[in-house]
Design a protein. Structure first.
Length: 74
């Protein structure tokens, strides 16, 4: 699938799924091994709880690909 087709298909997703797809893209392209919730909430302009909820759902879908760990304050 070429990039334009992928972008068109992504636009067909609901807002929630678009954000989750963008979180995956962000994590894949990040040069960091771990990304802080604070960084994700700032980048995606949403609450910590929203990011945490999205990550929990993504882990259910990709249990062997993602790891989620919470330390300290949000």
């Amino acid at each position: 699938m070429d990039t334009s087709t992928g972008q068109t298909m992504a636009k067909l997703l609901g807002k929630l799924d678009q954000r989750r797809l963008n979180i995956i893209k962000y994590l894949i392209t990040s040069d960091q091994e771990m990304v802080a919730i604070k960084e994700l909430k700032t980048h995606f302009n949403c609450s910590s709880q929203t990011i945490i909820s999205d990550l929990k759902q993504l882990i259910l879908i990709f249990p062997d690909k993602l790891q989620f760990e919470m330390k300290g304050k949000l």
